[in-house]
Design a protein. Structure first.
Length: 95
């Protein structure tokens, strides 16, 4: 099962959405490759400072997803992302 999430990423090029160079895009994740999830307070601080795309709600939270090869930051709190990925604690511990 592949799950669609929304990634926040640095483009290095300002756009109409964000004059700072951060953008949003859909990303598809295979839950089998997730090793752990963690709330990302840095992106919440960037949002509060107005550095992320303007169309994000100021109350939004972010999750850093660590994959077998790399990591990404997605929109949503860790509990919601865990639920969307249909991951239980035992699955994460096996990784």
């Amino acid at each position: 099962m592949i799950v669609k999430l929304v990634e926040v990423f640095l483009t290095n090029q300002p756009s109409q959405e964000s004059k700072t160079g951060y953008s949003l895009k859909e990303v598809f994740i295979n839950p089998k490759h997730v090793t752990f999830l963690r709330e990302d307070d840095l992106y919440q601080a960037k949002l509060s400072a107005g550095l992320l795309p303007e169309n994000l709600d100021k109350r939004q939270r972010f999750t850093r997803i660590h994959l077998e090869r790399g990591e990404i930051v997605v929109v949503g709190d860790p509990s919601t992302i865990k639920e969307k990925l249909n991951i239980d604690n035992r699955t994460l511990l096996k990784g």
